[in-house]
Design a protein around this ligand. Structure first.
Ligand SMILES: Cc1ncc(COP(=O)(O)O)c(C=O)c1O
Length: 305
């Protein structure tokens, strides 16, 4: 996976990659006044055609973030949608594409400044998680998850990822692949860049939307197709020790995709190997995102050209 991005979009204009500019005194820099999306476009293995997975749900989520952050005169979703659809062929990729869409305040201001609101989109390569086949070792962080009443996790705000970086760097220092974060109620929330499921006695459990998590598109996707596969899924508050006694644990997200967790706090999950339910779900997810299954065509937006 080594293609090089050539063009990006800044405020509606497609410009060469090296010409992207943001003023150092813009609100996006001085107050992290930016909300974003991470979106994937997958290349079909035989036709080579690209399809963007759940594009409209990502656009709807950025609109929610823009509303909560009270940005003034944001770009319309149609404008950003059309831009992303042009950006992929313009970059002439030869493998899967990761799109980072941002809506931001690109002028100077103070904390109450609400515009001017600009937007950017880049298309870049992104590798699979190293744990995709073999699983990840995760540890619970000593940092507490952000909460809705301080820096709402439901908003995919750049500012929230300051906390995610602290968690990630602690996990690195402690020798884990990544970490899980407890919320201020002491319940499991999520990883710094992915949501969490556990499998116990044949049922799936995942922290509910009031557990200080991002309203993840992948989590929603997994809940939908797991139920279609006949599995029971419960969205509930989850305790740390429920992971210790779970049969299987996995993370999911657009960037992470669906990745088994084989150790939590150095305790083996189940038999210490990726579990059968997780691997069935991973295969199903791969078929859905890549379009090798005909199911849910409404989730894949074809990219022309
Ligand atoms: C904090 C956090 N949680 C969960 C997710 C998963 O969200 P989604 O499935 O919409 O990509 C992400 C991003 O991938 C994230 O950054």
């Amino acid at each position: 996976m080594g293609w090089t991005p050539k063009y990006l979009i800044q405020n509606g204009a497609m410009i060469p990659w090296a010409e992207g500019r943001l003023h150092p005194h813009s609100m996006a820099v001085t107050y992290a006044a930016t909300v974003f999306e991470g979106i994937r476009a997958y290349r079909h293995p035989t036709t080579g055609a690209y399809a963007i997975f759940r594009l409209d749900e990502h656009l709807a989520r950025i609109a929610q973030g823009v509303k909560i952050m009270r940005f003034e005169n944001p770009p319309t979703l149609d404008v950003m949608r059309a831009g992303i659809l042009k950006l992929i062929p313009a970059n002439d990729p030869d493998d899967d594409v990761y799109i980072r869409l941002q809506v931001l305040i690109d002028g100077p201001g103070h904390q109450g400044t609400r515009g001017p609101t600009g937007w950017t989109a880049v298309a870049i390569p992104r590798e699979r998680s190293a744990g995709f086949n073999k699983g990840l070792s995760v540890g619970f962080s000593s940092w507490t998850r952000l909460s809705d009443n301080s820096s709402p996790p439901r908003v995919k705000a750049v500012a929230n990822y300051h906390a995610g970086r602290l968690v990630t760097m602690q996990a690195q220092a402690d020798g884990y692949d990544t970490a899980l974060i407890l919320n201020s109620q002491g319940k499991v929330s999520e990883a710094p860049g992915a949501c969490l499921f556990i499998v116990r006695d044949g049922k799936l459990l995942t922290p509910n939307l009031n557990s200080d998590i991002l309203e993840s598109v992948t989590r929603d996707t997994v809940i939908a197709f797991a139920r279609e596969m006949g599995l029971r899924v419960h969205e509930v508050p989850v305790d740390r020790t429920e992971l210790y006694v779970a049969d299987e644990v996995f993370l999911c997200g657009t960037g992470q995709e669906l990745v088994p967790v084989t150790q939590v706090d150095r305790l083996q999950v189940g038999g210490g190997q990726p579990g059968p339910v997780t691997m069935r779900l991973q295969a199903r997810y791969e078929a859905l995102v890549r379009g090798t299954s005909d199911d849910h065509p409404e989730w894949r937006t074809k990219v022309e050209g």
